[in-house]
Design a protein. Structure first.
Length: 180
């Protein structure tokens, strides 16, 4: 009788062990292959390769053009404020972005006699509700951590992180992982 019981319990133990071991394997997080950061030389080589593409050639021509130079100079003018994320005084010049822009919600502003696109990203629910109260010629204080440019736009693009009007905060970017 004991032999029969042992004969029934032994396969049960073996099967339970296999199931438990399989469960542990499934619960382990798979190692994701993260690409190694490129070295400076590799980055330079990739940039050279991109510059030889039609898009790279078009961008280089735009950079050398008077319009490109104007946009780059505008971006350089505010680079110190951007890197330090300090306040910049701006005046709203338009409540709409240039025709055909695909930047989401934004307004046109003038900072130190240069025009900029102040972009906030894709409009979601009521996130920008207070920004809709802005009017042309409103004086605002903005902070940003990023300025960009593209041949498609005649103005530098400033990412809007913080907007203040009449000493009242009307927009502050919600902190997210790796953002704002």
């Amino acid at each position: 009788m004991k032999k029969v019981i042992y004969a029934l319990i032994l396969p049960l133990v073996v099967v339970s062990g296999l199931i438990f071991a399989n469960r542990e394997i499934k619960n382990e997080t798979p190692e994701k292959s993260t690409p190694k950061p490129l070295s400076a030389a590799e980055m330079k080589a990739e940039l050279k390769k991109w510059e030889a593409t039609p898009d790279g050639i078009k961008f280089k021509k735009w950079e050398a053009s008077p319009e490109g130079q104007k946009v780059l100079a505008g971006a350089a003018k505010i680079s110190n404020h951007i890197s330090a994320s300090t306040n910049m005084e701006a005046v709203v010049t338009s409540l709409s972005l240039p025709p055909g822009s695909q930047l989401g919600f934004g307004v046109m502003v003038r900072i130190n006699d240069d025009d900029y696109i102040l972009s906030f990203g894709p409009e979601k629910s009521n996130e920008f509700q207070q920004l809709h109260s802005l009017k042309v010629n409103d004086k605002i204080i903005i902070r940003s951590h990023f300025v960009s440019y593209a041949p498609k736009y005649s103005y530098p693009i400033v990412a809007g992180d913080y907007v203040e009007r009449d000493s009242k905060i009307i927009y502050k970017c919600a902190p997210r992982k790796g953002d704002c």
